[in-house]
Write a protein that binds this ligand. Structure first.
Ligand code: SAH
Ligand code: SF4
Length: 375
């Protein structure tokens, strides 16, 4: 049985062709599934009964199941999405005055093991399928009552939930293409953002195959510190990352890259770090988004004080870089950045890794700072 939610427009057309059906039929079904949110073939009223029966015999429209749906006091809503074998991932809906953003996961767990990230601490379980990625948007639209109409309840999508989107490139790109497709979700490239920890060669592929807005998780102004905080830096150091950002901008729908920077007390948040950043990003048109660290059980870091974040932002802004500080949203339901834990089965291994990481940090204090480990 083919799950039709696993196919983007080209994939669906090819699958219909293999069943002896015309491309316009694929387009009709695409619109029913994604624009109208319909999973039942019998509700696709302009499709002939014979084709509906054929589709029923050979395919399904199966989004992943929502196992919980929680609403924060600030309007943030967190969906826990079942991805089988006792695993679940999280999707977060963030309403704001001028837009509403859905933060989507791309992997169950993550292999990249950034020091401050709850998802990374769980270890990697598996890549999500296209149906599981686009299914988060499908389910959120259903829950928000956004189907059967053209109103865009979700105006922006960010691949910034659990996992590294560029480590699940093919599936992430198929899902992105559906988000952009006028017969599916019809979002503009500027309103869809991929966040990456910096997989340099794959950033080039994204630029060539499906350029959307880009956010890069920077978190440190030099290689010594970034090697510790974002281990993938050991493979793709900052000079290469900056060059990749410049190449990306040649084809990007926006003329800047957003650098995300998690503010860790005493680790990466000094005036000197801010000035070092200015030198680093000199040739990359960019904005900064400072993210106050969101603690999670067992994490050895503390959030920078508000005054420190303000001062850090001031230094960047005085140099002419637009800098915003992310408001912490949904932390009463553990939906804030980096707290997304889902329910990945691989808990034992995650605990071992966390203990190992704590020991490593205690043995090798990052740069000139001491990292406090909390038992
Ligand atoms: N893997 C991708 C996207 C998912 S993480 C990436 O790393 O960019 C989304 C953002 O949340 C990243 O910028 C990440 O560094 C940040 N983040 C991770 N853990 C965090 C935490 N505990 N507090 C605040 N932000 C965190
Ligand atoms: Fe993975 Fe991103 Fe978390 Fe790093 S910050 S471990 S890349 S999800």
């Amino acid at each position: 049985m083919q799950n039709l939610l696993d196919l983007d427009a080209d994939g669906l057309t090819a699958w219909f062709a293999a069943q002896g059906e015309k491309p316009f039929r694929a387009r009709q079904v695409l619109r029913w599934m994604h624009r109208a949110g319909v999973a039942d073939f019998d509700a696709m009223t302009d499709i002939a009964k014979s084709l509906r029966d054929k589709l029923k015999a050979r395919s399904v429209v199966q989004p992943p199941a929502v196992v919980s749906d929680r609403l924060s006091d600030d309007g943030t809503r967190k969906f826990l999405i079942d991805v089988g074998n006792g695993n679940a991932v999280e999707t977060v809906f963030i309403p704001e005055d001028d837009r509403s953003t859905l933060c989507v996961s791309t992997q169950a767990g993550c292999a990249l093991d950034c020091a401050f990230c709850s998802t990374g601490k769980q270890g990697f379980n598996r890549n999500l399928s296209v149906a599981e990625i686009i299914g988060q948007l499908w389910q959120a639209n259903q829950a928000l009552g956004a189907v059967h109409g053209d109103e865009r309840v979700i105006s922006n999508v960010v691949l910034m939930g659990m996992g590294e989107p560029l480590a699940n490139f093919d599936n992430a790109v198929a899902a992105l293409k559906l988000m952009l497709d006028d017969n599916a979700y019809g979002l503009s490239r500027r309103r869809v953002t991929v966040s990456t920890s910096g997989l340099v060669p794959v950033m080039d592929r994204l630029r060539d195959e499906c350029p959307v807005a880009l956010a890069v998780s920077l978190h440190a102004p030099n290689d010594v510190l970034r090697d510790e905080l974002v281990p993938i830096n050991q493979k793709y150091p900052l000079a290469e990352l900056m060059a990749a950002c410049r190449r990306y901008l040649e084809k990007a729908p926006r003329d800047f890259v957003t650098f995300e920077y998690v503010m860790l007390d005493g680790i990466n948040d000094s005036d000197a770090h801010a000035r070092e950043l200015l030198a680093l990003v000199k040739k990359v048109p960019c904005k900064f988004n400072l993210i106050p660290f969101n603690p999670f059980p067992g994490s050895p870091f503390r959030r920078s004080k508000a005054e420190r974040v303000r001062r850090f932002a001031d230094i960047l802004m005085q140099a002419g870089i637009v800098t915003t500080t992310r408001k912490t949203r949904g932390d009463d339901i553990d939906a804030a950045c980096g707290q997304l834990a889902g329910e990945v089965a691989d808990r034992t291994r995650a605990r071992e890794r966390l203990q190992h990481r704590r020991a490593t940090i205690a043995l090798h204090p990052v740069a000139t700072h001491t990292v406090e480990t909390r038992p």
